[in-house]
Write a protein that binds this ligand. Structure first.
Ligand SMILES: Cc1cc2nc3c(=O)[nH]c(=O)nc-3n(C[C@H](O)[C@H](O)[C@H](O)COP(=O)(O)OP(=O)(O)OC[C@H]3O[C@@H](n4cnc5c(N)ncnc54)[C@H](O)[C@@H]3O)c2cc1C
Length: 453
Protein backbone atom coordinates (compact mmCIF):
# COMPACT_ATOMS: atom_id res chain seq x y z
CA UNK A 1 0.00 0.00 0.00
CA UNK A 2 1.08 3.55 -0.65
CA UNK A 3 -0.35 6.82 0.63
CA UNK A 4 -3.48 6.81 -1.55
CA UNK A 5 -4.52 3.33 -0.33
CA UNK A 6 -4.57 4.05 3.42
CA UNK A 7 -7.17 6.25 5.16
CA UNK A 8 -5.64 9.47 6.49
CA UNK A 9 -4.82 9.95 10.17
CA UNK A 10 -7.92 10.87 12.21
CA UNK A 11 -7.34 11.36 15.95
CA UNK A 12 -11.07 10.90 16.67
CA UNK A 13 -10.87 7.26 15.59
CA UNK A 14 -8.94 6.32 18.75
CA UNK A 15 -11.45 6.50 21.59
CA UNK A 16 -9.81 4.57 24.45
CA UNK A 17 -6.75 5.89 26.21
CA UNK A 18 -4.90 4.16 29.02
CA UNK A 19 -1.57 2.67 30.05
CA UNK A 20 2.07 3.47 29.33
CA UNK A 21 3.90 2.80 26.06
CA UNK A 22 7.67 2.75 25.66
CA UNK A 23 9.35 3.31 22.30
CA UNK A 24 12.98 2.26 21.92
CA UNK A 25 14.74 4.54 19.41
CA UNK A 26 14.04 8.27 19.00
CA UNK A 27 14.81 8.50 15.30
CA UNK A 28 12.06 9.11 12.74
CA UNK A 29 10.27 5.76 13.13
CA UNK A 30 10.34 5.94 16.94
CA UNK A 31 9.17 9.55 17.15
CA UNK A 32 6.32 9.02 14.70
CA UNK A 33 5.21 5.81 16.41
CA UNK A 34 5.42 7.65 19.75
CA UNK A 35 3.17 10.43 18.49
CA UNK A 36 0.51 7.98 17.32
CA UNK A 37 0.73 6.00 20.57
CA UNK A 38 0.04 9.19 22.54
CA UNK A 39 -3.55 9.04 21.21
CA UNK A 40 -4.11 5.61 22.76
CA UNK A 41 -1.89 5.60 25.88
CA UNK A 42 -1.98 7.99 28.82
CA UNK A 43 1.78 8.34 28.69
CA UNK A 44 4.51 7.54 26.20
CA UNK A 45 8.26 7.38 26.85
CA UNK A 46 10.64 7.45 23.90
CA UNK A 47 14.17 6.29 24.73
CA UNK A 48 17.41 6.65 22.82
CA UNK A 49 20.97 5.80 23.67
CA UNK A 50 22.11 9.13 22.15
CA UNK A 51 21.67 12.52 23.82
CA UNK A 52 18.62 14.27 22.33
CA UNK A 53 19.50 17.98 22.37
CA UNK A 54 17.36 20.88 21.17
CA UNK A 55 19.64 21.42 18.22
CA UNK A 56 20.33 19.97 14.79
CA UNK A 57 22.75 17.11 15.23
CA UNK A 58 23.80 14.15 13.16
CA UNK A 59 23.60 11.79 16.13
CA UNK A 60 25.95 8.81 16.53
CA UNK A 61 23.01 6.42 16.34
CA UNK A 62 21.93 7.89 12.98
CA UNK A 63 25.19 8.19 11.02
CA UNK A 64 23.23 8.41 7.75
CA UNK A 65 22.00 11.85 8.92
CA UNK A 66 24.97 13.56 7.22
CA UNK A 67 23.63 12.50 3.82
CA UNK A 68 20.81 13.74 1.65
CA UNK A 69 17.41 12.73 3.00
CA UNK A 70 14.48 13.15 0.61
CA UNK A 71 11.11 13.30 2.33
CA UNK A 72 8.57 11.62 0.06
CA UNK A 73 4.86 12.35 0.10
CA UNK A 74 3.72 9.94 2.88
CA UNK A 75 6.35 11.48 5.16
CA UNK A 76 5.28 15.03 4.29
CA UNK A 77 1.57 14.30 4.70
CA UNK A 78 1.98 12.43 7.99
CA UNK A 79 4.21 15.14 9.46
CA UNK A 80 1.55 17.72 8.62
CA UNK A 81 -1.28 15.52 9.95
CA UNK A 82 0.50 14.65 13.20
CA UNK A 83 2.13 18.06 13.75
CA UNK A 84 -0.05 20.67 12.00
CA UNK A 85 2.09 23.55 10.77
CA UNK A 86 5.22 21.38 10.42
CA UNK A 87 5.95 22.97 7.02
CA UNK A 88 5.81 26.45 8.59
CA UNK A 89 8.30 25.29 11.25
CA UNK A 90 10.54 24.03 8.47
CA UNK A 91 10.41 27.31 6.56
CA UNK A 92 11.05 29.27 9.77
CA UNK A 93 14.26 27.28 10.26
CA UNK A 94 15.40 28.00 6.69
CA UNK A 95 14.17 24.78 5.09
CA UNK A 96 12.82 24.87 1.55
CA UNK A 97 9.42 23.88 0.20
CA UNK A 98 9.67 23.45 -3.54
CA UNK A 99 7.34 22.40 -6.29
CA UNK A 100 9.26 19.35 -7.49
CA UNK A 101 7.39 19.36 -10.80
CA UNK A 102 9.24 22.55 -11.74
CA UNK A 103 12.24 22.76 -9.44
CA UNK A 104 13.60 19.22 -9.26
CA UNK A 105 15.55 18.13 -12.35
CA UNK A 106 15.27 14.37 -12.44
CA UNK A 107 17.56 12.65 -14.95
CA UNK A 108 16.98 8.99 -15.66
CA UNK A 109 17.67 6.71 -18.59
CA UNK A 110 19.39 9.25 -20.84
CA UNK A 111 17.27 12.37 -20.35
CA UNK A 112 15.38 14.60 -17.89
CA UNK A 113 11.77 13.84 -17.05
CA UNK A 114 9.26 16.30 -18.49
CA UNK A 115 7.63 18.83 -16.18
CA UNK A 116 4.43 17.51 -14.57
CA UNK A 117 1.20 19.45 -15.19
CA UNK A 118 0.37 19.54 -11.46
CA UNK A 119 2.27 20.79 -8.43
CA UNK A 120 4.31 18.22 -6.49
CA UNK A 121 5.13 19.71 -3.06
CA UNK A 122 8.49 18.65 -1.70
CA UNK A 123 9.93 19.58 1.73
CA UNK A 124 13.72 19.99 1.68
CA UNK A 125 15.91 20.11 4.79
CA UNK A 126 18.84 18.34 6.32
CA UNK A 127 18.00 15.12 8.09
CA UNK A 128 18.99 16.61 11.49
CA UNK A 129 16.47 19.45 10.94
CA UNK A 130 13.63 17.11 9.94
CA UNK A 131 14.23 15.17 13.14
CA UNK A 132 14.76 18.17 15.43
CA UNK A 133 11.40 19.67 14.44
CA UNK A 134 9.61 16.42 15.30
CA UNK A 135 11.53 16.13 18.57
CA UNK A 136 10.49 19.67 19.53
CA UNK A 137 6.82 18.99 18.86
CA UNK A 138 7.00 15.80 20.90
CA UNK A 139 8.67 17.65 23.81
CA UNK A 140 5.79 20.13 23.87
CA UNK A 141 3.36 17.36 24.86
CA UNK A 142 2.66 16.66 28.54
CA UNK A 143 1.94 13.00 27.83
CA UNK A 144 5.28 12.31 26.12
CA UNK A 145 8.73 11.98 27.70
CA UNK A 146 11.86 11.86 25.56
CA UNK A 147 14.83 10.34 27.39
CA UNK A 148 18.26 10.45 25.78
CA UNK A 149 21.34 8.56 26.94
CA UNK A 150 19.26 5.48 27.80
CA UNK A 151 20.73 2.37 26.28
CA UNK A 152 18.05 -0.32 26.22
CA UNK A 153 19.64 -3.66 26.97
CA UNK A 154 16.64 -5.99 26.75
CA UNK A 155 12.93 -6.54 27.32
CA UNK A 156 11.28 -7.44 30.61
CA UNK A 157 8.65 -10.12 30.38
CA UNK A 158 6.33 -12.27 32.46
CA UNK A 159 7.49 -15.71 33.66
CA UNK A 160 6.88 -17.55 30.38
CA UNK A 161 7.93 -14.59 28.25
CA UNK A 162 4.46 -14.63 26.72
CA UNK A 163 4.10 -10.88 27.33
CA UNK A 164 6.71 -8.13 27.18
CA UNK A 165 6.18 -5.93 30.23
CA UNK A 166 8.88 -3.28 29.82
CA UNK A 167 12.54 -2.71 29.08
CA UNK A 168 15.86 -2.90 30.92
CA UNK A 169 18.30 -0.09 30.33
CA UNK A 170 21.52 1.61 31.30
CA UNK A 171 20.85 5.29 31.95
CA UNK A 172 22.86 8.50 31.56
CA UNK A 173 24.55 7.95 34.95
CA UNK A 174 25.62 4.47 33.77
CA UNK A 175 23.14 2.90 36.21
CA UNK A 176 21.07 -0.16 35.36
CA UNK A 177 17.36 0.55 35.43
CA UNK A 178 14.06 -0.82 34.20
CA UNK A 179 10.88 0.72 32.90
CA UNK A 180 7.46 -0.97 32.99
CA UNK A 181 5.25 -0.69 29.92
CA UNK A 182 1.94 -1.95 28.60
CA UNK A 183 3.42 -1.85 25.11
CA UNK A 184 7.02 -1.69 23.89
CA UNK A 185 7.80 -0.62 20.33
CA UNK A 186 11.20 -1.48 18.87
CA UNK A 187 12.31 1.37 16.56
CA UNK A 188 16.06 0.72 16.84
CA UNK A 189 16.73 0.50 13.11
CA UNK A 190 18.39 -2.18 11.04
CA UNK A 191 20.57 -3.47 13.89
CA UNK A 192 17.47 -4.26 15.99
CA UNK A 193 18.09 -6.95 18.64
CA UNK A 194 14.48 -8.18 18.73
CA UNK A 195 15.29 -11.31 16.67
CA UNK A 196 18.01 -12.22 19.21
CA UNK A 197 15.61 -11.68 22.13
CA UNK A 198 12.98 -13.83 20.43
CA UNK A 199 15.46 -16.64 19.89
CA UNK A 200 16.70 -16.51 23.50
CA UNK A 201 13.15 -16.72 24.76
CA UNK A 202 12.13 -19.71 22.68
CA UNK A 203 10.30 -17.90 19.89
CA UNK A 204 10.77 -18.41 16.18
CA UNK A 205 12.75 -15.57 14.55
CA UNK A 206 11.53 -13.73 11.48
CA UNK A 207 12.87 -14.88 8.14
CA UNK A 208 15.31 -12.23 6.94
CA UNK A 209 15.95 -11.36 3.31
CA UNK A 210 18.98 -9.36 2.12
CA UNK A 211 19.34 -7.88 -1.35
CA UNK A 212 22.97 -6.89 -1.91
CA UNK A 213 23.76 -3.68 -3.81
CA UNK A 214 27.22 -2.84 -2.35
CA UNK A 215 26.45 0.89 -2.42
CA UNK A 216 28.25 3.84 -0.84
CA UNK A 217 27.32 7.51 -0.42
CA UNK A 218 29.75 10.44 -0.19
CA UNK A 219 28.42 13.86 0.80
CA UNK A 220 29.45 17.50 1.12
CA UNK A 221 27.53 20.73 1.70
CA UNK A 222 28.04 23.76 -0.59
CA UNK A 223 26.85 27.36 -0.34
CA UNK A 224 23.62 28.26 -2.11
CA UNK A 225 22.33 31.68 -3.17
CA UNK A 226 19.17 32.35 -1.12
CA UNK A 227 17.02 32.67 -4.25
CA UNK A 228 18.20 29.44 -5.89
CA UNK A 229 16.06 26.57 -4.67
CA UNK A 230 16.56 24.08 -7.47
CA UNK A 231 17.32 20.43 -6.78
CA UNK A 232 18.94 17.76 -8.95
CA UNK A 233 18.75 13.99 -9.07
CA UNK A 234 20.67 11.71 -11.41
CA UNK A 235 19.39 8.13 -11.17
CA UNK A 236 21.84 5.52 -12.44
CA UNK A 237 20.60 3.18 -15.16
CA UNK A 238 22.49 0.02 -16.16
CA UNK A 239 25.29 -0.31 -17.07
CA UNK A 240 26.04 2.98 -15.25
CA UNK A 241 26.60 2.49 -11.55
CA UNK A 242 26.91 6.14 -10.52
CA UNK A 243 24.35 8.71 -9.47
CA UNK A 244 24.08 11.90 -7.49
CA UNK A 245 21.77 14.46 -6.03
CA UNK A 246 21.82 18.03 -4.73
CA UNK A 247 19.03 19.22 -2.46
CA UNK A 248 18.54 22.79 -1.22
CA UNK A 249 18.44 22.93 2.59
CA UNK A 250 18.56 25.39 5.50
CA UNK A 251 21.55 27.70 6.08
CA UNK A 252 21.57 28.49 2.34
CA UNK A 253 23.28 25.25 1.47
CA UNK A 254 22.86 22.40 -0.95
CA UNK A 255 23.61 18.96 0.38
CA UNK A 256 25.41 17.21 -2.45
CA UNK A 257 25.57 13.44 -2.36
CA UNK A 258 27.16 11.21 -4.99
CA UNK A 259 26.84 7.47 -4.85
CA UNK A 260 28.01 4.37 -6.61
CA UNK A 261 26.67 0.86 -6.52
CA UNK A 262 28.22 -2.59 -6.88
CA UNK A 263 31.56 -1.54 -5.46
CA UNK A 264 31.93 1.64 -7.54
CA UNK A 265 32.19 3.74 -4.38
CA UNK A 266 32.79 7.51 -4.50
CA UNK A 267 36.02 8.76 -2.92
CA UNK A 268 36.24 10.90 0.22
CA UNK A 269 38.97 13.32 -0.89
CA UNK A 270 37.84 16.61 -2.53
CA UNK A 271 39.57 16.00 -5.87
CA UNK A 272 38.28 12.46 -6.14
CA UNK A 273 34.79 13.65 -5.16
CA UNK A 274 34.84 16.31 -7.91
CA UNK A 275 36.04 13.79 -10.49
CA UNK A 276 33.33 11.32 -9.50
CA UNK A 277 30.68 14.07 -9.82
CA UNK A 278 32.14 15.10 -13.19
CA UNK A 279 31.68 11.53 -14.44
CA UNK A 280 27.88 11.76 -14.03
CA UNK A 281 25.99 12.05 -17.33
CA UNK A 282 24.75 15.60 -16.59
CA UNK A 283 26.77 18.69 -15.69
CA UNK A 284 24.62 20.34 -12.98
CA UNK A 285 26.10 18.68 -9.89
CA UNK A 286 29.67 19.17 -11.12
CA UNK A 287 28.87 22.84 -11.79
CA UNK A 288 27.46 23.33 -8.29
CA UNK A 289 30.68 21.93 -6.87
CA UNK A 290 32.84 24.11 -9.13
CA UNK A 291 30.91 27.36 -8.80
CA UNK A 292 30.05 27.48 -5.10
CA UNK A 293 32.10 27.51 -1.91
CA UNK A 294 32.19 24.21 -0.06
CA UNK A 295 31.11 24.20 3.55
CA UNK A 296 34.41 22.71 4.75
CA UNK A 297 36.31 19.91 3.08
CA UNK A 298 35.05 17.06 5.21
CA UNK A 299 33.41 14.43 3.05
CA UNK A 300 31.15 12.01 4.85
CA UNK A 301 30.87 8.47 3.58
CA UNK A 302 28.29 5.78 4.34
CA UNK A 303 28.48 2.24 2.99
CA UNK A 304 25.18 0.43 2.45
CA UNK A 305 25.75 -3.23 1.61
CA UNK A 306 22.19 -4.51 1.29
CA UNK A 307 18.49 -3.82 1.70
CA UNK A 308 17.07 -5.91 4.54
CA UNK A 309 13.53 -7.21 5.15
CA UNK A 310 12.35 -9.07 8.24
CA UNK A 311 9.08 -10.98 7.80
CA UNK A 312 7.44 -10.51 11.23
CA UNK A 313 3.99 -10.98 9.72
CA UNK A 314 4.78 -14.65 8.99
CA UNK A 315 5.61 -15.62 12.58
CA UNK A 316 3.08 -17.96 14.16
CA UNK A 317 4.18 -17.06 17.70
CA UNK A 318 5.13 -13.62 19.00
CA UNK A 319 4.90 -12.15 22.52
CA UNK A 320 2.10 -9.77 23.48
CA UNK A 321 3.10 -6.23 24.34
CA UNK A 322 5.80 -5.86 21.66
CA UNK A 323 5.82 -4.31 18.18
CA UNK A 324 8.63 -3.58 15.72
CA UNK A 325 8.67 -0.68 13.23
CA UNK A 326 10.74 1.29 10.72
CA UNK A 327 14.12 0.09 9.50
CA UNK A 328 13.98 -2.70 12.08
CA UNK A 329 11.36 -4.31 9.80
CA UNK A 330 12.63 -3.15 6.41
CA UNK A 331 15.63 -1.05 5.45
CA UNK A 332 15.68 -0.06 1.80
CA UNK A 333 18.40 0.92 -0.66
CA UNK A 334 18.52 4.64 0.22
CA UNK A 335 18.85 5.94 -3.35
CA UNK A 336 15.04 5.73 -3.61
CA UNK A 337 14.59 7.92 -0.47
CA UNK A 338 11.86 5.79 1.08
CA UNK A 339 12.89 5.02 4.70
CA UNK A 340 11.35 7.99 6.55
CA UNK A 341 8.17 7.75 4.51
CA UNK A 342 7.78 4.04 5.17
CA UNK A 343 8.31 4.84 8.87
CA UNK A 344 5.48 7.37 8.49
CA UNK A 345 3.24 4.79 6.80
CA UNK A 346 4.07 2.32 9.60
CA UNK A 347 2.91 4.97 12.09
CA UNK A 348 -0.27 5.48 10.09
CA UNK A 349 -0.88 1.72 10.11
CA UNK A 350 -0.25 1.68 13.88
CA UNK A 351 -2.83 4.44 14.27
CA UNK A 352 -5.44 2.40 12.38
CA UNK A 353 -4.53 -0.79 14.24
CA UNK A 354 -4.94 1.00 17.61
CA UNK A 355 -8.25 2.49 16.50
CA UNK A 356 -9.57 -1.07 16.32
CA UNK A 357 -8.57 -1.86 19.93
CA UNK A 358 -5.68 -3.62 21.62
CA UNK A 359 -6.63 -7.26 21.16
CA UNK A 360 -4.42 -9.15 18.73
CA UNK A 361 -2.61 -5.85 18.06
CA UNK A 362 0.65 -7.51 16.97
CA UNK A 363 -0.70 -9.59 14.13
CA UNK A 364 -3.03 -6.83 12.91
CA UNK A 365 -0.16 -4.32 12.98
CA UNK A 366 2.40 -6.59 11.30
CA UNK A 367 -0.13 -7.50 8.57
CA UNK A 368 -0.80 -3.81 7.93
CA UNK A 369 2.91 -2.99 7.85
CA UNK A 370 3.47 -5.85 5.43
CA UNK A 371 0.85 -4.36 3.08
CA UNK A 372 2.96 -1.22 2.89
CA UNK A 373 6.41 -2.73 2.97
CA UNK A 374 5.65 -5.39 0.33
CA UNK A 375 4.83 -2.74 -2.27
CA UNK A 376 7.89 -0.62 -1.49
CA UNK A 377 10.19 -3.63 -1.22
CA UNK A 378 9.06 -4.88 -4.63
CA UNK A 379 9.65 -1.47 -6.18
CA UNK A 380 13.11 -1.07 -4.66
CA UNK A 381 14.35 -4.57 -5.11
CA UNK A 382 12.80 -4.75 -8.57
CA UNK A 383 14.73 -1.66 -9.65
CA UNK A 384 17.91 -3.05 -8.07
CA UNK A 385 17.56 -6.24 -10.11
CA UNK A 386 18.00 -4.23 -13.29
CA UNK A 387 21.65 -4.89 -12.42
CA UNK A 388 22.96 -8.44 -12.87
CA UNK A 389 25.36 -7.84 -9.94
CA UNK A 390 22.49 -7.43 -7.43
CA UNK A 391 22.54 -10.31 -4.98
CA UNK A 392 19.48 -11.99 -3.52
CA UNK A 393 16.11 -13.31 -4.56
CA UNK A 394 14.59 -11.62 -7.57
CA UNK A 395 10.78 -11.33 -7.16
CA UNK A 396 8.86 -13.15 -9.92
CA UNK A 397 7.78 -10.92 -12.81
CA UNK A 398 10.54 -8.36 -12.13
CA UNK A 399 12.07 -8.42 -15.63
CA UNK A 400 8.69 -7.87 -17.30
CA UNK A 401 7.81 -5.03 -14.93
CA UNK A 402 11.23 -3.42 -15.42
CA UNK A 403 10.82 -3.54 -19.19
CA UNK A 404 7.46 -1.77 -18.95
CA UNK A 405 8.87 0.78 -16.47
CA UNK A 406 11.73 1.56 -18.86
CA UNK A 407 9.12 2.37 -21.52
CA UNK A 408 7.30 4.53 -18.97
CA UNK A 409 10.51 6.46 -18.29
CA UNK A 410 11.17 6.87 -22.02
CA UNK A 411 7.68 8.32 -22.47
CA UNK A 412 8.12 10.49 -19.34
CA UNK A 413 11.02 12.30 -21.04
CA UNK A 414 8.56 14.13 -23.27
CA UNK A 415 5.07 13.58 -21.83
CA UNK A 416 4.30 15.52 -18.62
CA UNK A 417 1.27 13.33 -17.80
CA UNK A 418 3.36 10.15 -17.86
CA UNK A 419 6.13 11.94 -15.99
CA UNK A 420 3.65 12.90 -13.26
CA UNK A 421 2.15 9.41 -13.04
CA UNK A 422 5.64 7.91 -12.73
CA UNK A 423 6.82 10.53 -10.23
CA UNK A 424 3.78 9.93 -8.02
CA UNK A 425 4.79 6.26 -7.88
CA UNK A 426 8.38 7.20 -6.95
CA UNK A 427 6.98 9.53 -4.26
CA UNK A 428 5.00 6.57 -2.75
CA UNK A 429 1.70 8.30 -3.41
CA UNK A 430 0.38 5.57 -5.68
CA UNK A 431 1.39 1.98 -6.41
CA UNK A 432 3.10 0.90 -9.65
CA UNK A 433 -0.27 -0.64 -10.67
CA UNK A 434 -1.43 2.93 -11.33
CA UNK A 435 0.95 2.95 -14.31
CA UNK A 436 -1.24 0.24 -15.87
CA UNK A 437 -4.22 2.62 -16.12
CA UNK A 438 -5.41 2.84 -19.73
CA UNK A 439 -4.63 6.58 -19.81
CA UNK A 440 -0.98 5.91 -18.96
CA UNK A 441 -0.60 2.71 -21.01
CA UNK A 442 -2.01 4.53 -24.06
CA UNK A 443 0.52 7.36 -23.78
CA UNK A 444 3.41 4.94 -23.16
CA UNK A 445 2.40 2.79 -26.12
CA UNK A 446 2.00 5.89 -28.29
CA UNK A 447 5.52 7.04 -27.42
CA UNK A 448 6.89 3.57 -28.23
CA UNK A 449 5.16 3.50 -31.60
CA UNK A 450 6.46 7.00 -32.44
CA UNK A 451 10.01 5.71 -31.79
CA UNK A 452 9.66 3.30 -34.70
CA UNK A 453 7.89 5.48 -37.28
C1 LIG B 1 22.89 6.69 3.52
C2 LIG B 1 21.40 6.72 3.79
C3 LIG B 1 20.60 7.64 3.16
C4 LIG B 1 19.24 7.67 3.39
N1 LIG B 1 18.46 8.54 2.69
C5 LIG B 1 17.14 8.56 2.92
C6 LIG B 1 16.30 9.47 2.21
O1 LIG B 1 16.73 10.18 1.31
N2 LIG B 1 14.98 9.50 2.53
C7 LIG B 1 14.45 8.68 3.49
O2 LIG B 1 13.25 8.75 3.74
N3 LIG B 1 15.21 7.78 4.14
C8 LIG B 1 16.53 7.70 3.88
N4 LIG B 1 17.30 6.82 4.56
C9 LIG B 1 16.66 5.91 5.53
C10 LIG B 1 16.35 6.63 6.84
O3 LIG B 1 17.53 7.17 7.38
C11 LIG B 1 15.67 5.68 7.82
O4 LIG B 1 14.73 4.90 7.15
C12 LIG B 1 14.97 6.48 8.91
O5 LIG B 1 15.91 7.05 9.76
C13 LIG B 1 14.04 5.63 9.78
O6 LIG B 1 14.80 4.71 10.44
P1 LIG B 1 14.47 4.23 11.92
O7 LIG B 1 13.94 5.33 12.73
O8 LIG B 1 13.69 2.99 11.83
O9 LIG B 1 15.93 3.80 12.45
P2 LIG B 1 17.24 4.67 12.63
O10 LIG B 1 17.15 5.95 11.92
O11 LIG B 1 18.37 3.76 12.31
O12 LIG B 1 17.26 4.99 14.19
C14 LIG B 1 17.40 4.01 15.18
C15 LIG B 1 17.46 4.75 16.52
O13 LIG B 1 17.49 3.78 17.57
C16 LIG B 1 18.48 4.17 18.52
N5 LIG B 1 18.91 2.93 19.18
C17 LIG B 1 19.44 1.83 18.59
N6 LIG B 1 19.66 0.88 19.50
C18 LIG B 1 19.26 1.39 20.70
C19 LIG B 1 19.24 0.86 22.02
N7 LIG B 1 19.67 -0.38 22.29
N8 LIG B 1 18.77 1.65 23.01
C20 LIG B 1 18.31 2.92 22.75
N9 LIG B 1 18.31 3.45 21.51
C21 LIG B 1 18.77 2.69 20.50
C22 LIG B 1 19.56 4.85 17.70
O14 LIG B 1 20.37 5.71 18.46
C23 LIG B 1 18.72 5.61 16.68
O15 LIG B 1 18.35 6.88 17.15
C24 LIG B 1 18.66 6.74 4.30
C25 LIG B 1 19.47 5.80 4.94
C26 LIG B 1 20.81 5.76 4.66
C27 LIG B 1 21.65 4.70 5.30
Amino acid sequence: MTLDDVARYDADRVTERDGHAVVVGASMAGLLAGRVLADAFESVTVLDRDPLPDERVARRGVPQANHVHALLEPGRVMLEDLFPGYGDDLLAEGGVIMDASKKLDLYQQGDFLAESPHELPFYCASRPLFELLVRRRMRERDDVTLRGECHVTGYRSDGEASTVTGVTLVDAADEKDALAADLVVDATGRTSRTPTWLERNGYPTPETEDVGVDLAYSTVAVERPADDDRGYLVVPSPPTTRGGTAVPVEDERWIVTVFGRHGDHPPTDPEGFREFAASLPTAEIRELLDEHEWDGEEIHQYPFPASKRRYYEDLDRFPDGLLVTGDAVASFNPIYGQGMSVAALDALQLHHALANGRSDLQSRFFDRVADTVNVVWRMTVGADFEYAETEGEKPPGTDLLNRYLSWVVDAAHTDGHVSEAFTRVLRLETTPISLMRPSVVGRVAGAKVREYV
